[in-house]
Design a protein around this ligand. Structure first.
Ligand code: HEM
Ligand code: HEM
Ligand code: FE2
Length: 476
């Protein structure tokens, strides 16, 4: 235990979360840069091209979300198992290795922006697979870091001789999550085969293993912020996991419509992916049910509200926006338009960014109020919350309008020809939407800055805080 009454594991979890939140800032800055380049393609041309800024934007996203998830697990692990994490020194080493590797990879992206597609590029510069562009040496490093994390979780659970339902689900899920990453490391000259396995990582991560992982993190968070009984959260978790895997694994087929895979994927992908919103509905009902049962009485208001944002954001962003374009009859026209980016922003924000922010507030509460005497609250978190939500919804709305224009003008009417592409790009619904996206992007960024200021200050002034009624102090 450290001075503040934290387990070493929790301190390590905090490091991961802090590193993640800093990268989140970088993600947003690169997002603003490439959003501006959409409008003015000459900006920084030759110095920092769109394709590199885009890689940095989405890789920063993947890495920071994973850092936050790992941080969350290191935070909750000692609470679940009742003991310090095994292999904490190894965990710290892995943290520094990861941060160093990310820094080197980013510097190489920035310094070597153009080059041949040969083995040297593949091993040392850029593997060329969207979202997981990291070169192979870094891939291997990432696998080692994840294996250390996995070992720490499993060894801690074994040493504690206590396997809760949540921990059981978590371990199975982490094995799948780490294993799938390997599918993104093969190189084949056949682009269809390459894409086939690449989707195993991308789709099966964000629509299967990550969803289950945040199901576990949400279960742990709900037990903390609302004191929901374990029996209830575990019951819901099993149902959600069953539905996520039952629909999400074959739902993979919605990426196999047009990449040269057999035609039966049209039916399989269309059917199973159309069912994917089901678990997300279950998650909403779960959150509302728990909050209602506790009459919204919580120890941590910002965390509770971010949990709500998560439940609804996940449902709308992934469930509704994904569903909109998942049937092959529709996807034939909308595939690869701004509609995909609209869905991507809402889903990643709703499902995963909101999760990490909720956990960050839970962590900060323990730092500022170790004895849990107060209801955690501030004025500033509400501003950050509202601005970030307006920002993301605005960007998503703008991209949706642009995506509709593209689907209609370029595909449905114009028949996908080159001139039809140009017509759609020049149409005001498309061109103006790019300004709206940039404007709402700024609003989002201001929200992010306020969030960081709030995380650094919330709970410092105890006079502003409501004292928790004695009956609800957990003394955990
Ligand atoms: C949290 C969960 C989810 C996340 C983070 C997510 C994210 C994304 C992203 C980033 C893309 C673009 C991929 C690319 O770069 O090519 C995408 C594509 C797609 N997603 Fe999701 N998604 C999620 C869940 C869902 C669900 C539940 C559905 C269906 C009900 C769905 C349907 C689709 C479809 C059909 C595409 C392909 C769009 C196209 O053809 O252009 N997604 N998703
Ligand atoms: C500061 C606000 C942001 C701005 C201005 C912004 C802007 C952009 C731009 C211009 C692209 C490239 C789109 C393209 O290639 O056509 C992009 C891609 C992407 N961004 Fe953002 N972004 C922001 C925040 C975020 C956040 C918070 C997330 C989620 C956590 C996110 C997730 C993504 C994803 C998944 C893609 C790839 C989408 C796809 O290929 O379908 N962005 N963003
Ligand atoms: Fe998918």
């Amino acid at each position: 235990m450290t001075k503040q009454g934290l387990y070493e594991s929790q301190k390590l979890g905090l490091w991961y979360m802090v590193a993640g939140l800093i990268l989140f800032g970088a993600q947003n800055l690169f997002g603003l840069l490439i959003a501006y380049q959409y409008i003015n393609p000459d900006f920084l041309f030759g110095l920092l091209d769109f394709n590199i800024g885009r890689i940095l934007h989405i890789n920063a996203m993947v890495v920071w979300l994973l850092l936050g998830f790992i941080g969350a697990i290191y935070w909750f692990l000692p609470i679940e198992t009742g003991r310090e994490t095994v292999g904490i020194k190894l965990g710290k080493l892995a943290f520094f290795v990861l941060v160093a590797a990310v820094t080197v990879v980013v510097l190489v992206y920035l310094f070597i922006q153009i080059g041949p597609g040969n083995q040297i590029s593949l091993w040392f510069i850029n593997e060329g697979r969207e979202y997981i562009e990291a070169p192979r040496w870094a891939d291997i490093g990432i696998v080692v870091v994840v294996l250390i994390f996995l070992y720490n979780v499993i060894a801690t659970v074994i040493a504690s001789k206590r396997l809760t339902g949540i921990m059981g689900v978590l371990i199975v899920d982490l094995v799948a999550l780490a294993g799938l990453y390997l599918a993104g490391m093969f190189y084949t000259v056949n682009i269809s085969v390459d894409q086939y396995f690449w989707w195993w990582v991308i789709h099966l991560w964000v629509e299967a293993t990550w969803e289950v992982l945040i199901g576990c993190i949400m279960a742990l968070s709900l037990m903390y912020v609302l004191k929901t009984p374990r029996k209830i959260v575990e019951g819901w978790l099993y149902l959600e996991v069953f539905l996520v895997f039952g629909t999400g694994i074959l739902g993979l087929g919605h990426h196999y419509f047009w990449i040269g895979t057999p035609e039966y994927w049209l039916g399989i992908g269309g059917f199973f992916s159309a069912l994917e919103p089901l678990p997300l509905v279950a998650m909403i009902i779960h959150a509302i049910y728990d909050a209602g049962a506790h009459k919204l009485r919580t120890v941590n208001r910002p965390a509770l509200f971010w949990i709500f944002a998560q439940a609804f954001g996940n449902f709308f962003g992934a469930g509704v926006w994904g569903f909109m374009q998942t049937l092959p009859q529709i996807n034939m026209y909308s595939h690869g338009t701004q509609l995909a980016a609209s869905h991507g922003h809402m889903a990643f924000f709703g499902a995963y960014v909101a999760t990490n922010i909720a956990v960050a507030y839970i962590m900060v509460q323990k730092l500022r109020d170790p004895e849990e005497k107060y209801v955690f609250d501030s004025k500033l978190w509400k501003w950050a919350y509202v601005l970030m939500i307006i920002g993301i919804v605005g960007m998503v709305g703008a991209l949706m309008v642009a995506g509709f224009a593209q689907t209609e003008i370029e595909r449905a009417v114009g028949g996908s020809g080159w001139q039809a592409y140009i017509d759609a790009q020049l149409h005001p619904w498309m061109a103006e939407a790019m300004w709206w996206r940039l404007g709402f992007g700024f609003i989002f960024f201001i929200g992010y800055i306020l969030l960081i200021i709030d995380l650094l200050t919330i709970g410092k002034n105890k006079e502003e805080l409501e004292v928790l009624p004695e009956a609800e102090v957990s003394h955990a």
